[in-house]
Design a protein around this ligand. Sequence first.
Ligand code: MAN
Length: 580
Amino acid sequence: MLNQQQFDPNSSSITSNKKSNKIIIVQKQKQQQFYLSCDRKMQRSFHFAFIVHLFVLSLSSNLALGTGQIPRPRGVAISKTSLYPPRDEFVCFNGLKTISYLQINDDFCDCPDGSDEPGTSACPEGKFHCTNAGFKPKNIPSSRVNDGICDCCDASDEYGFENSKCINTCLELGKEERQLQKSRQELAKRGITLKAELSSKGKAMRDERDVRLAELQNRRQETEAIREEKQNLKKQAEDIETEALQVYKEIQETEKQEKTKQQATENENEAQLTFLKFDSNKDGFIELAELQTRASFDKDRNGEVSEEEARFFLDEKDRVDQEHFVSICWARIKPYLMLDAGLFKPPQLDGEQHDDEDHYQETDTEPQLIEPSQADDQEEEGEAGYEPEEEDEEGEETGEGAAEEVTQPKPDYDPETQKIIEQANAARNAFDEVERQIREIDQEIKEIQEQANKDYGTSDEFAPLEGQCFSYEDREYVYKLCPFDRASQQPRNGGAETRLGSWDRWSGSEQKYSQMLYSNGASCWNGPQRSAVIKLECGLDHKVTGVSEPNRCEYHMVFETPAACENPNDSADDGMHDEL
Ligand code: MAN
């Protein structure tokens, strides 16, 4: 029935000394009684006269009292009363439709924007306002009106049932809320004192850092000058050293050339000897058949040396003479003979273990030389075995396939030269040492500057938390929060620590310093990288009070700290307004 739902019952709860408002209420009650006994047509004609009467009355009472109550439709906040002026017609908020005032809250949705049904569930997008006098006013979706569930503490959303179980609990709730608020304020008050201490500690840390930074920058300048000096000394000593070593270098170079020459001759002799050994029919040529009897040339390790395999070693010819053998074929043949003699190890590709056989089938990569000592354990040469030439003391090997540079022992320097070398070494070391000091200074400067750029709160109140870690245990894990560094998780029964995230930034939306974000943690199996959001709450100690994982690998922690306490006077509006 229109008259039951149209008006907000709260709008009639007036203060007793407001005489003019009383008149309105009496008028309203009269109207309601009348509505109860009239059909809709009659109601409409009566309504117009009544609305005008009511409007004049309410206007005059407002004028007279200044702040009187204006009747408003059910579900409308007092602040929005003016949107429903008591006229004969009502224009939907979006201006697209004009309906009779009587159609407001008639449980039929006339306005597409729902503005005609603030107090019923008729319009899908509507909002119902609970006045909740004594507690916090609240807007609920109008679909919850008369759904049998008490949403408003003043029970105003459940007016449609005669025996509604909803009762007005706003006063009790208000009382509890005020008590809670009081204890929150007391906590905040004590917390604020601690926060001030943290803040002055944080500021002192910043000052110390500034002092240290200035000191380091001075030291860097001084060390830079020393570096220049040491560099000059090093250059002088090295110039003298280069000159003194010149004569030794020349001797060494000559020796090296001679040795290389000697090794080339040895290699050629070896090639000639091998030619004679392989030329079994002594016709002055090596033919395919003479190689096919030698297992060393079975490149694909299939048990026989094919013509094709043999031809490869004879420079793709059917036979070669000694000169061609020595100058061209020997370079191909020697590594295979050495391989059989155990002097080569096959190269490894991409760190994988390859079967020798496969490797040599698929690639023509030449085998690599290994130290003769490593070859000791390898199998004896086969039937056509290869006996390498005797190697010199250093075990050096040259010629095709040899993978090592010729190394020479250090010459015995005369005492004068030895002294020059030592002086150059000392100059080099002194220079290196200064360079090391500069690197160290630069590293510290970098760290300090990074810290200086970090946001430790409005007055550095969070700075003293850096370098500390706070733990929290649940049934499965020990969680750790190390502010401005990382958040982690470790199974209680041992096992490795998993990084849930590294310090990223402050992420509070309304209050920036009410939330921290740690991101780029260890990757979740088949999922994203782990991350942790830390909600900061005012407390007298620093402690993690709860951890959850609302989504897989997304963690939430609650961290109490005095640094998060806000001055009670500055704290946000509690929303406790009495509308009436
Ligand atoms: C580990 C823990 C859990 C996480 C799973 C995801 O068991 O880090 O918190 O949910 O990995 O696989």
